[in-house]
Design a protein around this ligand. Structure first.
Ligand SMILES: *[C@@H]1O[C@H](CO)[C@@H](O)[C@H](O)[C@H]1NC(C)=O
Ligand SMILES: *[C@@H]1O[C@H](CO)[C@@H](O)[C@H](O)[C@H]1NC(C)=O
Ligand SMILES: *[C@@H]1O[C@H](CO)[C@@H](O)[C@H](O)[C@H]1NC(C)=O
Ligand SMILES: *[C@@H]1O[C@H](CO)[C@@H](O)[C@H](O)[C@H]1NC(C)=O
Length: 345
């Protein structure tokens, strides 16, 4: 107990030394992706005196990313801070202050725990990559008034819920990546900000309840990937008033599905439900919908009999990243098993 307190006190004191006045110099590169690439060593300020395609800071120690280390006088297409042990972004660095970054901002494989209010506001960026951090909290207006933003990647973070007020005025956002978080509920209206044709990746979360997430949104042709979550039922009308291109519920422990889960003003071109353990009524609901709506396609049941019931196991679906080893092992097991079945019919 005392030791713990002592350690946390030390950690706090250590963090207090991360002011923006004194920090260790770092190395970075400037690259025009064509004729030149310049490495700058032991710098304290990133300075791009000419237009440049990419500024990259990799494998350095920048626990607090301060505005004053950025001194751009010319446009830069992309800026990357990768694996810099970054825990904090000084406020407003990437808001009004930075008008020079034109395409994308990447702060990946770092230790960010939250995105503060207004961190990304009123800027012209098209892509923001924040994957593989420890982000647990998205404050209100974390991402607001980003008139050109098309892609936002928050994969591999620690989000347990999505703050509906974190996102606003994102007219061009079409891809939102939230794979490998711990989101539990898909709340009503949480995706109301979408207006383009959105693709939302929510594979490998902990979602057990699905509400009308797109309520209030004018989005069409929605692609919603909910593979490998913990969804047990779909309530009546949960997809009403929206047009989906693709809804993927593979590998969810679905038991029941309301007859009109996709009822009034709902259309769905593809509905995937492989290995989702539907009961007979559920299966019938899917079949009926397939008959009524010509655009509605039901893709398969659980491939239980042929490949063994673990072929689309959660670990298998989510095995690509954090659970890499588990995934591979399982694949081997599944292959062995199918081979066995093949040999011994
Ligand atoms: C910066 O570059 C120099 C020269 O290549 C190298 O000796 C030094 O270790 C680098 N510093 C960091 C923190 O990578
Ligand atoms: C910022 O960049 C400009 C142009 O490259 C340079 O003249 C100026 O000295 C830089 N400011 C600092 C604080 O390094
Ligand atoms: C939104 O951002 C633009 C610049 O991209 C700015 O001109 C405008 O005032 C901002 N609107 C609001 C409501 O902040
Ligand atoms: C379906 O759409 C029509 C026309 O837009 C609208 O009048 C009706 O209220 C909608 N149904 C529901 C359940 O919202």
């Amino acid at each position: 107990m005392w030791l713990k307190l002592f350690v946390s006190l030390l950690a706090t004191l250590w963090k207090l030394t991360w002011t923006c006045e004194n920090f260790a110099p770092f190395n970075y590169t400037l690259d025009d992706h064509d004729q030149w690439k310049l490495s700058v060593e032991e710098a304290e300020i990133i300075s791009a005196p000419d237009p440049c395609d990419e500024v990259s800071v990799q494998d350095q120690f920048i626990p607090r990313l301060c505005c004053k280390i950025l001194n751009f006088t010319h446009p830069i297409e992309q800026i990357i801070f990768d694996n810099c042990a970054t825990e904090e972004l000084e406020e407003d660095c990437f808001s009004e202050a930075i008008e020079q970054i034109t395409e994308s901002l990447t702060i990946t494989n770092n230790k960010l725990t939250s995105v503060k209010k207004g961190t990304f506001r009123n800027i012209q960026l098209k892509e923001i990559y924040l994957h593989n951090n420890r982000i647990k909290i998205l404050e209100d207006d974390s991402f607001s008034n980003l008139s050109n933003l098309e892609i936002l990647n928050l994969n591999q973070n620690n989000l347990q819920m999505l703050n509906p007020d974190a996102f606003s005025e994102l007219p061009k956002l079409h891809t939102l990546n939230l794979v490998f978080n711990q989101i539990r509920i898909l709340q009503e209206g949480v995706f109301k900000f979408f207006s383009a044709n959105p693709v939302v990746h929510l594979k490998c979360n902990q979602i057990s309840r699905v509400e009308d997430a797109f309520k209030g949104s004018l989005a069409r042709d929605i692609v919603l990937d909910l593979r490998a979550n913990r969804i047990e039922n779909l309530a009546e009308g949960v997809f009403n008033n929206h047009g989906f291109e693709d809804v993927n519920l593979n590998t969810n422990p679905l038991k029941t599905i309301a007859t009109k889960f996709c009822g009034e003003n709902c259309s769905m071109k593809n509905f995937h439900c492989i290995c989702c353990y539907l009961n007979k009524d559920g299966l019938q609901t899917i079949r009926d919908l397939a008959l009524i709506k010509k655009t509605f396609l039901y893709v398969g049941g659980c491939y239980d009999a042929t490949y063994g019931d673990s072929i689309l196991d959660i670990q298998y679906v989510c095995g690509g990243s954090k659970n890499n080893r588990a995934g591979k092992l399982l694949l081997v097991l599944v292959l062995l098993r199918s081979f066995n079945d093949f040999l011994l019919p």
